[in-house]
Write a protein that binds this ligand. Structure first.
Ligand SMILES: *Cc1c(COP(=O)(O)O)cnc(C)c1O
Length: 418
């Protein structure tokens, strides 16, 4: 926990957060967030900010967005009771099924929302970056849907590792640009996409993939993802007769977690727990547990918590799940941790794999490796909290992880008695 706030400040910031007053006009979530970008990009960000203010909450845009969510994405997604898992864990477990959304994860909510916004802002083409390829696939699909050309920047190393997703993007009509600079992975791809945006800020829209980056992206992505929590909150009240005692979500950049948590912030009896990748151990470089082990700093245009050494050099991360393998985290999560509203814990690779197998066997749901981390932490919590009602954000499906899973023996680690 990074104690950068005194109690009074923390309380005031939490209240402002619940009241929907954050980010402030400087794009800050308390001390976190803001916009640290080169001078050449400032006009592009200001244009985006103005466009969001004009369109995002207009009746017209919201109507169009809701219609796409319903008719194309397949919302509302189900809220599923998990009876056999509940019996095993001794808690009452409910799953918010973002795996049932089009393209297999929550990412599509954000991608279609931003693609529609890009159209309204008069963009002629969309650029995006991708690491594992999931956001690239969602962006390619959303661009096809709204009829805009899509160019996805992807590190050369990731292109090799994620060949099936590169193929999916191509089939969905996107152009995939290999990035040979820097670390040749996600970070370099983001830098390259930004460079491309500078070259044509009026005609190009940059479609970011998580609740990270310079203001107004963390805000925009939250507003497009909070449909997850709005639906889940209403569904669990209707089906279970009340709010959950706790909600879990995995945290990479933090978009599915903020989407689930944000509508629950004001429900002070609901404990909120974000789960990061604990990787193979607690040492630096062995995990991607940014909030649990990082320190404040600027990464890719935003002041947040970062995995870095004492000289501010960003650390490499390690996780079995590509979507959690990132050394930064969205600034709103840094604030929610600092004010004590959300707790962030880690789950290791092996715990996540066990949880994935247990969910397959008990409920017939193959969840994403990212999501499996949330299950691992929820299982641990259940041991100390029998009888409580647990909500888990099931952020995506695991079909994309079959190449990773196929390399591992089935059920060697899963222990039903554990
Ligand atoms: C990308 C991804 C994540 C991590 O991204 P967030 O922005 O932290 O939500 C989590 N789960 C799935 C299934 C993903 O594809």
């Amino acid at each position: 926990m990074k104690a950068v706030l005194n109690t009074g400040e923390a309380q005031a910031l939490l209240q402002a957060s619940i009241d929907g007053e954050l980010p402030d006009e400087r794009g800050r979530f308390g001390p976190f967030g803001g916009r640290y970008v080169p001078e050449t990009l400032v006009p592009a960000f200001e244009r985006l900010e103005k466009g969001i203010a004009e369109h995002l909450h207009s009746e017209d845009f919201q109507k169009e967005f809701r219609a796409q969510l319903r008719g194309w994405v397949g919302r509302p997604t189900a809220l599923t009771f998990a009876p056999r898992l509940s019996e095993r864990w001794g808690t009452e477990v409910w799953l918010k099924r973002e795996d049932l959304a089009h393209t297999g994860a929550h990412k599509i909510n954000n991608a279609i929302g931003q693609a529609l916004l890009a159209k309204r802002l008069g963009a002629k083409r969309i650029i995006a970056e991708t690491g594992a390829g999931q956001h690239g696939v969602a962006s390619a699909a959303a661009c096809a849907r709204v009829g805009l050309p899509c160019r996805v920047y992807m590190g050369a190393v990731d292109i090799k590792r994620q060949a099936p997703n590169v193929d999916r993007m191509h089939r969905l009509g996107a152009e995939v640009i290999p990035v040979e600079t820097g670390d040749k992975t996600l970070r370099a791809a983001i830098d390259e996409a930004m460079r491309e945006w500078v070259a044509d800020p009026a005609g190009t829209y940059y479609l970011i993939g998580s609740a990270v980056g310079p203001h107004p992206y963390p805000y925009l992505v939250r507003e497009l993802q909070l449909v997850i929590g709005q639906e889940a909150r209403a569904q669990i009240i209707e089906y279970a007769g009340g709010l959950p005692d706790v909600a879990f979500a995995c945290v990479g950049g933090g978009s599915n977690a903020i989407g689930l948590f944000y509508p629950l912030l004001g429900d002070s009896d609901v404990e909120l727990i974000g789960v990061e990748a604990g990787g193979i151990g607690d040492g630096l470089g062995e995990n991607a547990a940014t909030l649990a082990t990082g320190t404040p700093g600027v990464l890719q245009g935003s002041y947040s918590i970062v995995l870095q050494d004492e000289h501010g050099n960003v650390r490499e991360t390690q996780s079995i799940s590509a979507g959690l393998d990132y050394s930064g985290v969205g600034p709103e999560h840094a604030l929610l941790q600092a004010v004590g509203r959300v707790t962030y814990v880690g789950a290791r690779d092996d715990e996540a794999l066990q949880a994935l197998e247990e969910l397959c066997e008990t409920e017939g749901i193959l969840t994403a490796l990212e999501t499996a981390h949330a299950y691992a932490a929820a299982k641990r919590w259940s041991k100390d909290n029998p009888g409580k009602r647990v909500l888990i954000g099931n952020s995506g499906r695991g079909d994309k992880d079959m190449p990773t899973l196929s390399r591992l023996p089935v059920r060697t680690k899963y222990d039903a008695s554990a």
